[in-house]
Design a protein around this ligand. Structure first.
Ligand SMILES: [Fe+2]
Ligand SMILES: [Fe+2]
Length: 492
Protein backbone atom coordinates (compact mmCIF):
# COMPACT_ATOMS: atom_id res chain seq x y z
CA UNK A 1 0.00 0.00 0.00
CA UNK A 2 2.96 2.32 0.66
CA UNK A 3 4.16 1.81 -2.90
CA UNK A 4 0.74 2.55 -4.35
CA UNK A 5 0.57 5.76 -2.25
CA UNK A 6 3.98 6.66 -3.62
CA UNK A 7 2.72 5.94 -7.17
CA UNK A 8 -0.29 8.25 -6.63
CA UNK A 9 2.07 11.02 -5.47
CA UNK A 10 4.27 10.49 -8.54
CA UNK A 11 1.26 10.63 -10.88
CA UNK A 12 -0.02 13.75 -9.10
CA UNK A 13 3.29 15.53 -9.63
CA UNK A 14 3.33 14.43 -13.29
CA UNK A 15 -0.18 15.79 -13.82
CA UNK A 16 0.71 19.12 -12.21
CA UNK A 17 3.83 19.38 -14.31
CA UNK A 18 1.84 18.73 -17.51
CA UNK A 19 -0.87 21.21 -16.54
CA UNK A 20 1.70 23.81 -15.56
CA UNK A 21 3.54 23.46 -18.88
CA UNK A 22 0.29 23.57 -20.87
CA UNK A 23 -1.01 26.65 -19.08
CA UNK A 24 2.24 28.59 -19.09
CA UNK A 25 3.08 27.96 -22.74
CA UNK A 26 -0.45 28.75 -23.88
CA UNK A 27 -1.13 31.74 -21.64
CA UNK A 28 -2.34 34.58 -23.89
CA UNK A 29 -0.42 37.08 -21.78
CA UNK A 30 2.85 35.16 -21.79
CA UNK A 31 4.47 32.92 -19.22
CA UNK A 32 6.13 35.82 -17.41
CA UNK A 33 2.75 37.38 -16.71
CA UNK A 34 1.39 34.03 -15.43
CA UNK A 35 4.28 33.77 -13.00
CA UNK A 36 3.76 37.32 -11.75
CA UNK A 37 -0.03 37.48 -11.55
CA UNK A 38 -1.62 34.05 -11.70
CA UNK A 39 0.51 31.86 -9.50
CA UNK A 40 -2.30 31.73 -6.93
CA UNK A 41 -4.52 30.19 -9.66
CA UNK A 42 -1.99 27.42 -10.14
CA UNK A 43 -1.97 26.87 -6.39
CA UNK A 44 -5.77 26.42 -6.59
CA UNK A 45 -5.28 23.82 -9.35
CA UNK A 46 -2.78 21.98 -7.10
CA UNK A 47 -5.19 21.87 -4.15
CA UNK A 48 -8.28 20.88 -6.19
CA UNK A 49 -6.37 18.17 -8.11
CA UNK A 50 -4.98 16.80 -4.86
CA UNK A 51 -8.50 16.53 -3.46
CA UNK A 52 -9.71 14.75 -6.61
CA UNK A 53 -6.76 12.32 -6.54
CA UNK A 54 -7.49 11.66 -2.86
CA UNK A 55 -11.14 10.90 -3.73
CA UNK A 56 -10.05 8.31 -6.33
CA UNK A 57 -7.56 6.70 -3.95
CA UNK A 58 -10.04 6.63 -1.07
CA UNK A 59 -12.76 5.16 -3.32
CA UNK A 60 -10.52 2.25 -4.28
CA UNK A 61 -9.24 1.89 -0.72
CA UNK A 62 -12.84 1.17 0.37
CA UNK A 63 -14.17 -0.62 -2.70
CA UNK A 64 -11.21 -2.62 -4.03
CA UNK A 65 -8.14 -2.46 -1.81
CA UNK A 66 -6.41 -5.30 -3.62
CA UNK A 67 -6.66 -3.45 -6.94
CA UNK A 68 -5.21 -0.17 -5.68
CA UNK A 69 -2.45 -1.89 -3.70
CA UNK A 70 -0.71 -2.69 -7.01
CA UNK A 71 1.31 0.34 -8.24
CA UNK A 72 0.78 -0.87 -11.83
CA UNK A 73 -2.97 -0.26 -11.50
CA UNK A 74 -2.39 3.18 -9.96
CA UNK A 75 -0.17 4.13 -12.88
CA UNK A 76 -2.75 2.85 -15.35
CA UNK A 77 -5.58 4.95 -13.89
CA UNK A 78 -3.59 8.14 -13.57
CA UNK A 79 -1.62 7.78 -16.80
CA UNK A 80 -4.95 7.50 -18.59
CA UNK A 81 -6.11 10.61 -16.72
CA UNK A 82 -2.98 12.63 -17.58
CA UNK A 83 -3.08 11.65 -21.28
CA UNK A 84 -6.81 12.41 -21.52
CA UNK A 85 -6.31 15.83 -19.86
CA UNK A 86 -3.52 16.57 -22.35
CA UNK A 87 -5.69 15.60 -25.36
CA UNK A 88 -8.66 17.64 -24.10
CA UNK A 89 -6.45 20.61 -23.37
CA UNK A 90 -4.78 20.58 -26.79
CA UNK A 91 -8.08 20.23 -28.69
CA UNK A 92 -9.75 22.90 -26.50
CA UNK A 93 -6.92 25.35 -26.82
CA UNK A 94 -6.23 25.08 -30.54
CA UNK A 95 -9.65 24.21 -32.06
CA UNK A 96 -12.52 24.90 -29.68
CA UNK A 97 -13.71 24.09 -26.19
CA UNK A 98 -16.65 21.94 -27.39
CA UNK A 99 -14.58 19.71 -29.67
CA UNK A 100 -12.61 18.28 -26.77
CA UNK A 101 -12.75 14.44 -26.67
CA UNK A 102 -14.40 14.39 -23.26
CA UNK A 103 -15.83 10.87 -23.64
CA UNK A 104 -12.44 9.33 -24.44
CA UNK A 105 -11.44 8.93 -20.79
CA UNK A 106 -14.80 7.35 -19.85
CA UNK A 107 -14.66 4.91 -22.79
CA UNK A 108 -11.12 3.76 -21.97
CA UNK A 109 -12.04 3.31 -18.29
CA UNK A 110 -15.12 1.30 -19.27
CA UNK A 111 -13.08 -1.24 -21.23
CA UNK A 112 -10.18 -1.36 -18.78
CA UNK A 113 -12.00 -1.35 -15.44
CA UNK A 114 -15.72 -1.95 -16.02
CA UNK A 115 -18.86 0.18 -15.82
CA UNK A 116 -18.94 0.95 -12.10
CA UNK A 117 -15.40 2.28 -11.87
CA UNK A 118 -15.78 4.15 -15.17
CA UNK A 119 -18.77 6.14 -13.82
CA UNK A 120 -16.83 7.24 -10.74
CA UNK A 121 -13.64 8.05 -12.66
CA UNK A 122 -15.57 10.03 -15.29
CA UNK A 123 -17.11 12.12 -12.53
CA UNK A 124 -13.66 12.94 -11.14
CA UNK A 125 -12.26 13.60 -14.62
CA UNK A 126 -15.05 16.10 -15.47
CA UNK A 127 -14.29 18.02 -12.26
CA UNK A 128 -10.56 17.92 -12.96
CA UNK A 129 -11.05 19.44 -16.40
CA UNK A 130 -13.37 22.07 -14.92
CA UNK A 131 -10.74 22.95 -12.30
CA UNK A 132 -8.04 23.37 -14.94
CA UNK A 133 -10.36 25.43 -17.19
CA UNK A 134 -11.42 27.67 -14.31
CA UNK A 135 -7.94 28.47 -13.03
CA UNK A 136 -6.16 28.80 -16.35
CA UNK A 137 -6.11 31.86 -18.61
CA UNK A 138 -6.74 29.98 -21.81
CA UNK A 139 -10.49 30.52 -22.11
CA UNK A 140 -11.01 33.74 -20.23
CA UNK A 141 -8.62 35.99 -18.41
CA UNK A 142 -10.85 36.35 -15.38
CA UNK A 143 -11.76 32.75 -14.61
CA UNK A 144 -14.53 30.45 -15.82
CA UNK A 145 -16.82 31.58 -18.59
CA UNK A 146 -20.23 30.25 -19.51
CA UNK A 147 -18.51 27.95 -22.05
CA UNK A 148 -16.45 26.40 -19.24
CA UNK A 149 -19.58 25.64 -17.19
CA UNK A 150 -21.30 24.16 -20.25
CA UNK A 151 -18.18 22.13 -20.92
CA UNK A 152 -18.34 20.67 -17.40
CA UNK A 153 -21.95 19.52 -17.87
CA UNK A 154 -21.13 18.21 -21.36
CA UNK A 155 -18.12 16.25 -20.09
CA UNK A 156 -20.17 14.59 -17.38
CA UNK A 157 -23.21 13.84 -19.56
CA UNK A 158 -21.15 12.79 -22.58
CA UNK A 159 -18.93 10.45 -20.52
CA UNK A 160 -21.88 8.88 -18.67
CA UNK A 161 -23.87 8.33 -21.88
CA UNK A 162 -20.76 6.84 -23.50
CA UNK A 163 -20.42 4.34 -20.62
CA UNK A 164 -24.02 3.16 -20.99
CA UNK A 165 -24.02 3.13 -24.78
CA UNK A 166 -20.75 1.18 -25.05
CA UNK A 167 -21.62 -1.21 -22.20
CA UNK A 168 -22.31 -4.16 -24.50
CA UNK A 169 -19.94 -3.26 -27.33
CA UNK A 170 -17.76 -6.23 -28.29
CA UNK A 171 -15.99 -5.03 -31.44
CA UNK A 172 -13.80 -2.07 -32.35
CA UNK A 173 -16.29 -1.14 -35.10
CA UNK A 174 -19.05 -1.12 -32.46
CA UNK A 175 -17.04 1.35 -30.40
CA UNK A 176 -16.71 3.67 -33.38
CA UNK A 177 -20.47 3.45 -33.94
CA UNK A 178 -21.01 4.36 -30.26
CA UNK A 179 -19.13 7.62 -30.93
CA UNK A 180 -21.58 8.44 -33.72
CA UNK A 181 -24.66 7.57 -31.62
CA UNK A 182 -23.25 9.52 -28.67
CA UNK A 183 -23.34 12.70 -30.71
CA UNK A 184 -27.18 12.69 -30.55
CA UNK A 185 -27.60 13.11 -26.75
CA UNK A 186 -24.57 15.43 -26.70
CA UNK A 187 -26.10 17.74 -29.34
CA UNK A 188 -29.45 17.75 -27.47
CA UNK A 189 -27.80 18.61 -24.14
CA UNK A 190 -25.72 21.35 -25.74
CA UNK A 191 -28.81 22.86 -27.36
CA UNK A 192 -30.66 22.84 -24.01
CA UNK A 193 -27.70 24.47 -22.28
CA UNK A 194 -27.41 27.15 -24.95
CA UNK A 195 -31.15 28.01 -24.98
CA UNK A 196 -31.08 30.50 -22.06
CA UNK A 197 -28.20 32.33 -23.76
CA UNK A 198 -29.97 32.76 -27.10
CA UNK A 199 -30.38 36.26 -28.36
CA UNK A 200 -33.52 36.14 -30.52
CA UNK A 201 -33.21 39.73 -31.75
CA UNK A 202 -29.71 39.29 -33.18
CA UNK A 203 -30.00 35.61 -33.99
CA UNK A 204 -27.05 34.18 -35.89
CA UNK A 205 -27.18 30.51 -36.87
CA UNK A 206 -23.44 30.14 -36.98
CA UNK A 207 -23.21 30.86 -33.22
CA UNK A 208 -25.23 27.70 -32.54
CA UNK A 209 -24.33 25.43 -35.42
CA UNK A 210 -20.57 25.73 -34.82
CA UNK A 211 -20.60 24.58 -31.14
CA UNK A 212 -23.08 21.81 -32.03
CA UNK A 213 -20.90 20.53 -34.86
CA UNK A 214 -17.85 20.71 -32.63
CA UNK A 215 -19.59 18.70 -29.90
CA UNK A 216 -20.65 16.02 -32.43
CA UNK A 217 -17.11 15.87 -33.80
CA UNK A 218 -15.79 15.65 -30.23
CA UNK A 219 -17.84 12.48 -29.65
CA UNK A 220 -16.49 10.81 -32.78
CA UNK A 221 -12.92 11.89 -31.96
CA UNK A 222 -13.40 10.45 -28.45
CA UNK A 223 -14.25 7.02 -29.89
CA UNK A 224 -11.36 7.16 -32.39
CA UNK A 225 -8.84 8.14 -29.71
CA UNK A 226 -10.16 5.49 -27.30
CA UNK A 227 -9.70 2.91 -30.08
CA UNK A 228 -6.17 4.13 -30.70
CA UNK A 229 -5.15 4.24 -27.04
CA UNK A 230 -6.67 0.94 -25.85
CA UNK A 231 -4.07 -1.33 -27.55
CA UNK A 232 -1.35 0.79 -25.94
CA UNK A 233 -2.78 0.22 -22.43
CA UNK A 234 -3.49 -3.46 -23.20
CA UNK A 235 0.13 -4.05 -24.20
CA UNK A 236 1.86 -1.83 -21.64
CA UNK A 237 -0.14 -3.04 -18.62
CA UNK A 238 -1.11 -6.51 -19.94
CA UNK A 239 -4.78 -5.63 -19.41
CA UNK A 240 -7.67 -7.65 -20.70
CA UNK A 241 -10.32 -5.91 -22.74
CA UNK A 242 -13.19 -7.48 -24.61
CA UNK A 243 -11.39 -6.57 -27.88
CA UNK A 244 -8.19 -8.34 -26.88
CA UNK A 245 -10.13 -11.41 -25.74
CA UNK A 246 -11.93 -11.49 -29.07
CA UNK A 247 -8.62 -11.28 -30.92
CA UNK A 248 -7.18 -14.09 -28.81
CA UNK A 249 -10.09 -16.36 -29.75
CA UNK A 250 -10.07 -15.48 -33.44
CA UNK A 251 -9.06 -18.04 -36.07
CA UNK A 252 -5.82 -16.09 -36.68
CA UNK A 253 -4.47 -16.45 -33.13
CA UNK A 254 -1.08 -18.24 -33.62
CA UNK A 255 -1.38 -20.73 -30.74
CA UNK A 256 -4.90 -21.72 -31.77
CA UNK A 257 -3.73 -22.22 -35.35
CA UNK A 258 -1.00 -24.54 -34.05
CA UNK A 259 -3.53 -26.38 -31.87
CA UNK A 260 -5.85 -26.90 -34.86
CA UNK A 261 -3.15 -28.34 -37.10
CA UNK A 262 -0.91 -30.17 -34.60
CA UNK A 263 -3.53 -31.41 -32.11
CA UNK A 264 -6.94 -31.42 -33.88
CA UNK A 265 -8.56 -33.64 -31.24
CA UNK A 266 -7.56 -31.26 -28.45
CA UNK A 267 -8.72 -28.30 -30.55
CA UNK A 268 -12.21 -29.78 -30.98
CA UNK A 269 -12.37 -30.66 -27.29
CA UNK A 270 -11.39 -27.05 -26.42
CA UNK A 271 -14.15 -25.66 -28.65
CA UNK A 272 -16.82 -27.60 -26.75
CA UNK A 273 -15.28 -26.73 -23.37
CA UNK A 274 -15.32 -23.05 -24.45
CA UNK A 275 -19.00 -23.29 -25.31
CA UNK A 276 -19.79 -24.84 -21.92
CA UNK A 277 -17.57 -22.42 -19.98
CA UNK A 278 -19.12 -19.38 -21.67
CA UNK A 279 -22.66 -20.53 -20.80
CA UNK A 280 -21.64 -21.24 -17.18
CA UNK A 281 -19.92 -17.84 -16.83
CA UNK A 282 -23.06 -16.07 -18.09
CA UNK A 283 -25.22 -18.13 -15.70
CA UNK A 284 -23.21 -17.13 -12.59
CA UNK A 285 -22.39 -13.55 -13.68
CA UNK A 286 -18.69 -14.03 -14.50
CA UNK A 287 -16.80 -12.63 -17.50
CA UNK A 288 -18.06 -14.79 -20.38
CA UNK A 289 -15.43 -13.56 -22.88
CA UNK A 290 -12.61 -14.42 -20.48
CA UNK A 291 -14.12 -17.85 -19.77
CA UNK A 292 -14.32 -18.58 -23.49
CA UNK A 293 -10.74 -17.45 -24.18
CA UNK A 294 -9.33 -19.35 -21.18
CA UNK A 295 -11.14 -22.51 -22.31
CA UNK A 296 -9.69 -22.21 -25.82
CA UNK A 297 -6.18 -22.21 -24.34
CA UNK A 298 -6.61 -24.51 -21.32
CA UNK A 299 -4.98 -27.56 -22.98
CA UNK A 300 -2.43 -25.73 -25.11
CA UNK A 301 0.33 -27.51 -23.14
CA UNK A 302 -0.57 -30.68 -25.04
CA UNK A 303 1.18 -29.14 -28.07
CA UNK A 304 4.47 -30.35 -26.62
CA UNK A 305 3.54 -34.02 -27.20
CA UNK A 306 0.11 -34.09 -28.90
CA UNK A 307 0.25 -37.82 -29.72
CA UNK A 308 0.42 -38.72 -26.04
CA UNK A 309 -3.20 -37.64 -25.53
CA UNK A 310 -6.11 -39.93 -26.44
CA UNK A 311 -8.10 -37.34 -28.40
CA UNK A 312 -5.21 -36.95 -30.91
CA UNK A 313 -4.45 -40.66 -31.33
CA UNK A 314 -5.71 -42.53 -34.35
CA UNK A 315 -4.86 -46.09 -33.33
CA UNK A 316 -1.31 -46.36 -31.97
CA UNK A 317 -1.11 -45.56 -28.25
CA UNK A 318 2.38 -44.59 -27.07
CA UNK A 319 1.44 -45.36 -23.45
CA UNK A 320 1.25 -49.07 -24.23
CA UNK A 321 5.05 -49.02 -24.33
CA UNK A 322 5.63 -46.74 -21.33
CA UNK A 323 5.59 -47.36 -17.60
CA UNK A 324 2.58 -45.86 -15.78
CA UNK A 325 4.92 -43.48 -13.89
CA UNK A 326 6.31 -42.05 -17.12
CA UNK A 327 2.85 -41.85 -18.71
CA UNK A 328 1.46 -40.00 -15.69
CA UNK A 329 4.42 -37.63 -15.79
CA UNK A 330 3.77 -36.79 -19.46
CA UNK A 331 0.04 -36.31 -18.88
CA UNK A 332 0.37 -34.09 -15.81
CA UNK A 333 3.09 -31.91 -17.34
CA UNK A 334 0.63 -30.48 -19.90
CA UNK A 335 -0.79 -28.11 -17.26
CA UNK A 336 2.61 -26.60 -16.44
CA UNK A 337 3.71 -26.67 -20.12
CA UNK A 338 0.56 -24.75 -21.05
CA UNK A 339 1.32 -22.11 -18.43
CA UNK A 340 4.91 -21.74 -19.68
CA UNK A 341 3.83 -21.57 -23.32
CA UNK A 342 1.17 -18.92 -22.64
CA UNK A 343 3.49 -16.84 -20.46
CA UNK A 344 6.22 -16.97 -23.12
CA UNK A 345 3.66 -15.85 -25.74
CA UNK A 346 2.71 -12.89 -23.46
CA UNK A 347 -0.89 -13.98 -23.11
CA UNK A 348 -2.77 -12.50 -20.13
CA UNK A 349 -1.94 -14.04 -16.75
CA UNK A 350 -5.62 -14.87 -16.09
CA UNK A 351 -5.58 -17.23 -19.10
CA UNK A 352 -2.19 -18.79 -18.24
CA UNK A 353 -3.36 -19.39 -14.65
CA UNK A 354 -6.37 -21.35 -15.88
CA UNK A 355 -4.11 -23.60 -17.98
CA UNK A 356 -2.01 -24.40 -14.90
CA UNK A 357 -4.95 -24.86 -12.53
CA UNK A 358 -7.56 -26.68 -14.62
CA UNK A 359 -6.68 -30.12 -13.21
CA UNK A 360 -5.86 -28.86 -9.70
CA UNK A 361 -4.25 -31.64 -7.67
CA UNK A 362 -6.53 -34.39 -8.99
CA UNK A 363 -5.25 -37.96 -9.41
CA UNK A 364 -4.71 -39.36 -12.92
CA UNK A 365 -6.96 -42.34 -12.30
CA UNK A 366 -6.18 -44.42 -15.38
CA UNK A 367 -2.42 -44.64 -14.77
CA UNK A 368 -2.78 -44.91 -10.99
CA UNK A 369 -5.06 -47.89 -11.53
CA UNK A 370 -2.61 -49.39 -14.06
CA UNK A 371 0.30 -48.90 -11.62
CA UNK A 372 -1.68 -50.53 -8.79
CA UNK A 373 -2.42 -53.54 -10.99
CA UNK A 374 1.16 -53.88 -12.21
CA UNK A 375 2.78 -53.37 -8.80
CA UNK A 376 0.28 -55.39 -6.83
CA UNK A 377 -1.04 -52.38 -4.91
CA UNK A 378 2.26 -50.60 -4.27
CA UNK A 379 1.79 -47.15 -5.87
CA UNK A 380 1.85 -43.73 -4.26
CA UNK A 381 -1.13 -41.59 -5.28
CA UNK A 382 1.04 -38.43 -5.18
CA UNK A 383 3.15 -39.79 -8.05
CA UNK A 384 -0.02 -40.05 -10.11
CA UNK A 385 -1.57 -36.66 -9.33
CA UNK A 386 -1.44 -33.28 -11.03
CA UNK A 387 0.88 -30.79 -9.40
CA UNK A 388 -1.69 -28.00 -8.99
CA UNK A 389 -2.34 -25.39 -7.81
CA UNK A 390 -6.08 -25.76 -7.38
CA UNK A 391 -8.35 -23.22 -9.18
CA UNK A 392 -7.83 -19.70 -7.85
CA UNK A 393 -10.77 -18.13 -9.71
CA UNK A 394 -14.36 -19.06 -10.44
CA UNK A 395 -13.51 -19.21 -14.14
CA UNK A 396 -10.76 -21.78 -13.47
CA UNK A 397 -13.29 -23.81 -11.45
CA UNK A 398 -15.84 -23.61 -14.29
CA UNK A 399 -13.24 -24.84 -16.80
CA UNK A 400 -12.16 -27.65 -14.47
CA UNK A 401 -15.77 -28.92 -14.33
CA UNK A 402 -16.57 -28.27 -18.01
CA UNK A 403 -13.35 -29.99 -19.12
CA UNK A 404 -14.06 -33.20 -17.18
CA UNK A 405 -17.77 -33.16 -18.11
CA UNK A 406 -17.02 -32.86 -21.82
CA UNK A 407 -14.43 -35.66 -21.72
CA UNK A 408 -16.71 -37.98 -19.69
CA UNK A 409 -19.82 -37.35 -21.79
CA UNK A 410 -17.92 -38.33 -24.95
CA UNK A 411 -17.67 -41.95 -23.82
CA UNK A 412 -21.24 -42.20 -22.53
CA UNK A 413 -23.46 -44.65 -24.35
CA UNK A 414 -26.63 -43.33 -22.76
CA UNK A 415 -26.61 -39.53 -23.22
CA UNK A 416 -30.02 -38.86 -21.76
CA UNK A 417 -30.24 -35.69 -19.60
CA UNK A 418 -30.65 -37.89 -16.48
CA UNK A 419 -27.46 -39.80 -17.20
CA UNK A 420 -25.49 -36.66 -18.12
CA UNK A 421 -26.73 -35.05 -14.88
CA UNK A 422 -25.53 -38.07 -12.88
CA UNK A 423 -22.06 -37.83 -14.45
CA UNK A 424 -21.67 -34.05 -13.98
CA UNK A 425 -22.92 -34.26 -10.38
CA UNK A 426 -20.39 -36.98 -9.61
CA UNK A 427 -17.59 -34.87 -11.19
CA UNK A 428 -18.46 -31.86 -9.00
CA UNK A 429 -18.86 -33.95 -5.83
CA UNK A 430 -15.53 -35.69 -6.37
CA UNK A 431 -13.75 -32.35 -6.76
CA UNK A 432 -15.43 -30.99 -3.64
CA UNK A 433 -14.34 -34.08 -1.68
CA UNK A 434 -10.77 -33.54 -2.91
CA UNK A 435 -10.79 -29.83 -1.84
CA UNK A 436 -10.33 -28.47 -5.34
CA UNK A 437 -12.58 -25.43 -4.80
CA UNK A 438 -11.16 -24.09 -1.54
CA UNK A 439 -9.19 -21.22 -3.14
CA UNK A 440 -11.76 -19.82 -5.55
CA UNK A 441 -14.68 -18.55 -3.44
CA UNK A 442 -17.25 -20.47 -5.45
CA UNK A 443 -20.57 -21.05 -3.68
CA UNK A 444 -22.80 -24.14 -3.54
CA UNK A 445 -25.50 -22.24 -5.39
CA UNK A 446 -23.06 -21.39 -8.20
CA UNK A 447 -21.94 -25.02 -8.43
CA UNK A 448 -25.58 -26.08 -8.77
CA UNK A 449 -26.13 -23.49 -11.52
CA UNK A 450 -22.94 -24.65 -13.31
CA UNK A 451 -24.05 -28.28 -13.11
CA UNK A 452 -27.48 -27.53 -14.59
CA UNK A 453 -26.00 -25.33 -17.35
CA UNK A 454 -23.56 -28.06 -18.39
CA UNK A 455 -26.27 -30.73 -18.35
CA UNK A 456 -28.55 -28.57 -20.53
CA UNK A 457 -25.72 -27.75 -22.94
CA UNK A 458 -24.37 -31.30 -23.22
CA UNK A 459 -27.86 -32.71 -23.70
CA UNK A 460 -28.14 -30.17 -26.56
CA UNK A 461 -24.78 -31.19 -28.06
CA UNK A 462 -25.57 -34.90 -27.94
CA UNK A 463 -29.33 -34.69 -28.49
CA UNK A 464 -31.14 -37.62 -30.01
CA UNK A 465 -31.83 -37.32 -33.73
CA UNK A 466 -34.20 -39.33 -35.91
CA UNK A 467 -32.65 -42.13 -37.85
CA UNK A 468 -32.30 -41.24 -41.53
CA UNK A 469 -33.78 -43.72 -44.05
CA UNK A 470 -31.07 -45.75 -45.83
CA UNK A 471 -31.77 -44.34 -49.29
CA UNK A 472 -30.06 -41.91 -51.62
CA UNK A 473 -31.23 -40.15 -54.78
CA UNK A 474 -29.63 -40.73 -58.19
CA UNK A 475 -29.37 -38.27 -61.11
CA UNK A 476 -32.94 -39.13 -62.22
CA UNK A 477 -34.17 -38.18 -58.73
CA UNK A 478 -35.10 -41.80 -57.99
CA UNK A 479 -34.69 -43.14 -54.48
CA UNK A 480 -32.15 -45.96 -54.37
CA UNK A 481 -31.74 -48.22 -51.36
CA UNK A 482 -28.31 -47.89 -49.79
CA UNK A 483 -26.54 -50.18 -47.38
CA UNK A 484 -24.92 -47.88 -44.85
CA UNK A 485 -24.53 -50.48 -42.09
CA UNK A 486 -23.10 -48.97 -38.86
CA UNK A 487 -22.27 -45.66 -40.59
CA UNK A 488 -25.95 -44.82 -40.74
CA UNK A 489 -26.13 -44.87 -36.96
CA UNK A 490 -23.11 -42.66 -36.60
CA UNK A 491 -24.58 -39.95 -38.82
CA UNK A 492 -27.75 -39.59 -36.79
FE1 LIG B 1 -6.11 -30.68 -19.52
FE1 LIG C 1 -9.13 -30.38 -21.47
Amino acid sequence: MIWSGFSVALCYITLLLCVFLMIVFNDPYGWKSYFQEELSSFFSICVCSLLLFAIVFYYYYIEDREFISKPKNVFLIFLNMVISVAFCYIFGRYIGIYIRPMAMFALICLFLFGRRQAIMLNFVFSLLMFTIDTYSNNFEASGATNAVYISLVLAFVCGTFAIFLAGNVKTRGGLLFTGVVLSVPTAVVLLLLELPEMNYEQFNWINYVAPGSYAILGCIISAVLALAMLPFYEALFNRLTVFRLRELTSANAPLLQRLRTEAPGTFNHSLIVAQLAESCAIAIGENAELARAAAYYHDVGKLKQPDCFTENQTGYNVHDELTPELSADIIRSHAKDGYDLLTAAHLPKAIADVAREHHGTLPIKYFYDKAMRLSGGDANIKDYSYLGPTPSSKIAAIIMIADASEASSRVLRDRSPENVERVVRSIIEERMDLDQFTDCNITMRELTVIKQTIVDALSGVHHHRVKYPAIRFNRAHEAVKEDLGEEDDAKS
